[in-house]
Design a protein. Structure first.
Ligand code: C2E
Ligand code: CA
Ligand code: CA
Length: 457
């Protein structure tokens, strides 16, 4: 099979430079410093191995490795120093791969490994093993050098040009480098522009598409999780967004970060405000008057349009504002801009409750609490999971509870799963509990049944 040489690529340019310097070499096709195949041979070898992989149907992987910061070593220790590092790194590559790969030096501080019969999982494992080996400190005279590398991994695709295959590994390596180095990136995982032109990894791109589809075709739903007071009252239900059909739901832990990155979170947030407010009205109509707590993201709250969106939701749902509570993560309160303050004030003026979510995980100072017009404090699950054994955590929970209480807030603990945690939180003075111990988040209908069964017992 004949593969055309790529035009204008990093590979073709280097083939020429390799040819020019070949007369300096000890053995043709071998890099004298490392004993690895040189760039020209690497290209020939890749072509042979790719043809073989196509024939046998066995997967072929390439690893493109570029040492981070070698330029600094050269500048500090001169080229001889740099060469010593290269020799030792080459030794580590050879040792660590234990015959799993053929190694080539592409010049400077770049290496390529080719591994036959190596699927994606094995290739990534090999890349991580090699990275770990490279990152072991090197003694260099009196100094210890901490090498690191960026590694790109590609798997040969059916009928793929071997040059294109190598270039994909090279591009993935560049992405690893751009992300700060010291990491492995698989080809295909590099960020590509999404529908809104924002760079996303392939998985994120898929999620962005599904979010657009969900927004257009009604694939969003809210599940509700009850928050129950120690006095047995239902304090509120929290609205938690779900995306997709019930058999292939994407969890919010995955889609919210993508929505935040792309700005879609504003549209999602407006949707959940309206849907949550409507449900509060439905509950009231069904004789189950309960507050609905709706999560609001930072992007929504920093926008001057937020107050308008909130009023629109209250109006459309025709709901009493006191039945709505907004959950805002603690990190929002680190810097409160004029816009955020006026949005918060407008919400309070309208009668909407404000809860500080995930409290204790951000960096906001307890003293900041006095400036926030919040009505509820939700202690993060991280404090709850270590109870009752962690007495220091217990002391912190108790102190936060007291302070919150003195500021007139209701204190809720999140993520309560065990009876011992519940007892400990009662002792600390917490008002209400949210967690699997009482109920998991559930669709509207299931929540209605849950109410019904609860009343019956
Ligand atoms: P969050 O606001 O802190 O919501 C509580 C999360 O804890 C929920 O996860 C809930 O299912 C989970 N949880 C409740 N009880 C327990 C428990 O006992 N054990 C454990 N392990 N987990 C428990 P979920 O539904 O996956 O939501 C995750 C996060 O996604 C939320 O955390 C919130 O930050 C975000 N989110 C969800 N819906 C929305 C939304 O409509 N808008 C925005 N902006 N963010 C949302
Ligand atoms: Ca929340
Ligand atoms: Ca929370």
């Amino acid at each position: 099979m004949h593969y055309p040489s790529p035009v204008n690529s990093k590979l073709s340019i280097s083939v020429h430079s390799q040819r020019k310097s070949s007369k300096d070499m000890h053995a043709k096709g071998i890099d004298p410093t490392t004993g690895f195949l040189d760039r020209g041979e690497c290209l020939a070898l890749t072509t042979r191995m790719a043809a073989q992989a196509t024939q046998t149907g066995r997967p072929l992987a390439s690893l493109w490795i570029d040492l981070d910061r070698l330029k600094q070593v050269n500048e500090s220790f001169g080229h001889l120093g740099g060469d010593t590092v290269i020799v030792q790194i080459a030794e580590r590559l050879r040792e660590k791969s234990g015959g799993r790969a053929e190694w080539c030096r592409m010049g400077g501080d770049e290496f390529v490994g080719l591994a036959t019969d190596c699927d994606a999982a094995h290739a990534l494992q090999l890349a991580h093993d090699v990275l770990q080996a490279i990152e072991t400190p090197l003694r260099f005279g009196e100094f210890a050098l901490h090498p690191s590398a960026s590694i790109g991994v590609a798997l040969l695709e059916p009928n793929e040009d071997p040059f294109a295959f190598l270039e994909r590994a090279d591009r993935a390596m560049s992405t690893a480098k751009r992300q700060g180095g010291g990491r492995v990136v698989a080809s295909g995982d590099e960020p590509v522009p999404g529908r809104l032109g924002i760079l996303l990894a392939r998985e994120e791109l898929e999620i962005e598409n599904r979010l657009h589809l969900a927004l257009e075709n009604g694939g969003l739903t809210l599940h509700y999780q009850p928050i129950i007071g120690f006095d047995g009252r239902i304090e509120a239900v929290e609205a938690l967004m779900r995306c997709g059909a019930s058999n292939e739901l994407i969890p919010p832990g995955k889609f919210i970060p993508v929505a935040e990155k792309t700005g879609l979170v504003i549209r999602l947030g407006e949707w959940s405000l309206l849907a949550g407010a409507r449900f509060a009205r439905d509950l009231e109509d069904a004789g189950r008057r309960t507050k609905v707590a709706i999560n609001v993201s930072r992007a929504q709250l920093v926008s001057p349009k937020f107050t308008q969106a909130l009023h629109a939701a209250l109006l459309c749902a025709n709901v009493n504002a006191e039945l709505i509570e907004l959950e805002l993560t603690e990190s929002l309160f680190m810097d409160i801009s004029e816009t955020v303050q006026s949005n918060l004030r407008a919400a309070r003026d309208a009668g909407v409750g404000l809860a500080i979510d995930d409290f204790g995980t951000g960096y906001s100072c307890l003293a900041n609490l006095k400036d926030i017009p919040a009505t509820k404090l939700k202690l993060d699950r991280a404090f709850v999971t270590v109870l009752p054994h962690d007495r220091r955590a217990f002391a912190v929970v108790k102190a936060m509870t007291q302070l919150g209480r003195e500021l007139g807030m209701t204190i809720v603990a999140e993520g309560v799963e065990k009876i011992e945690q519940l007892d400990s939180l009662r002792e600390a003075g917490v008002d209400a509990i949210q967690g699997y111990i009482h109920a998991r988040p559930m669709p509207e209908e299931a929540l209605m049944n849950w109410f019904h069964e609860r009343k019956a017992t």
